[in-house]
Design a protein around this ligand. Sequence first.
Ligand code: FAD
Length: 408
Amino acid sequence: MRREKVDVLIVGGGAAGLAAAISATKEGVKTVLLERDRSTGGVLNQCIHNGFGLHVYKEELTGPEFMERMWDELKEDVIRPNYTVLEIKPKTREVVTLSEEGLVIFEVKALVMATGARERPLSSLQIPGSRVAGVYTAGVAQKMVNIYNRLPGRKVLIVGSGDIGLIMARRLKIEGMDVVGVVEIMPEPGGLIRNVVQCLEDFEIPLWLSHTVVEIHGDQRLNAVTIAKVDKNKKPIPGTERKIKVDTLVTSVGLIPQNELIEGFVEMDPINKGPIIDEFMRTSIKWIFAAGNNVAIHDLVDFVYEEGKIAGYYAALISKNEKLPDSDKRFLRGQNVGVLLPQRFSQKKSFKIYLRPLKSFKKSILKFDDKVIRKFNWRIRPSEMIDLVVKDFNNFGPNVTVEVNEID
Ligand SMILES: Cc1cc2nc3c(=O)[nH]c(=O)nc-3n(C[C@H](O)[C@H](O)[C@H](O)COP(=O)(O)OP(=O)(O)OC[C@H]3O[C@@H](n4cnc5c(N)ncnc54)[C@H](O)[C@@H]3O)c2cc1C
């Protein structure tokens, strides 16, 4: 066992962790980034489609290209691959890790959690039928195709029309699989509209809205699934069942932020399913910061990158014993607001807030208490995170209720 002292320790080497490393190293503090995989990048490694970096690098890049841009920005060699963080001890500020050299304990001044998210498994769908071969989560199927050059089967149905499901439908079709369709339990697609057009419509892949899989068939390998239409309570409607022959089912039913290392002692948000943070990306523990998909699920890497930059910068300041203002003001969720970041703020500076409406609206307004902050003359949807810079809080009290209302 070895011990090491660092100023800023970053856990996770995806987009958030790398961005945090870029800004922390610029502050001249001793920074180490731990990544449990052999290389950094996280989900970017397997996303070989373009659509990354329009905000940050003003170009449409693939996932690996976005990652390389971040490597170019990171001037110091601070990355330690093959390090898995096992435990964080909040009282002593120790981080216990396992690596090829055995146990290493880091004594840290500040910590940035950038552990990303994992996929919701098939079991969360509670579909009757045996657990046969041929059923994959979208991320596993994406890794097989894009990294290991293997097809998961010949004929596939996709469950879930979030961006990952849509992108995988197109990918598997391009690779030669017969993609029979995408089923979505909600009445509208879960992913970005540009992905519905570019991934399904352009490839003539059917999208069955308000449908779900009700049975899985097969002995050892999947040979068919039964789908059915659902009512407005998402209950299958008897008589609408249809059996479809497929040897592969790809499920894309959401991501779960990974926070097992901190949720025992950091204040958590039950809606975002991540730590409650302030505009400095600081959690309820003053020296622990967080950024990326472990804070809330983001559909755009640019937002993850921005959060990582903020977390790394302020973690570096804390490690230099600089003081940050107390975040004693709160955003409260009002009508129609789901994901909301940050939940606390100090009112000392302008900052960005991110939010997702709970349902889609053709035209709407965003209000802080009774004051209209933004008018949306375009459709807003739960699948697309809204970001806006807020500046002036002089007229608000310590609790600001955020809500979205429909207008004519
Ligand atoms: C299929 C798919 C398509 C997407 N398409 C787009 C797109 O077109 N455009 C766009 O802008 N965005 C897209 N996104 C979103 C964007 O890619 C992600 O939001 C972003 O990359 C997430 O970065 P992250 O750093 O938060 O998480 P991750 O990339 O998941 O990184 C987390 C890292 O932490 C490591 N880690 C976790 N636990 C530990 C531990 N205990 N010890 C050490 N390391 C640990 C993991 O190994 C991983 O490398 C897409 C995402 C997916 C999944």
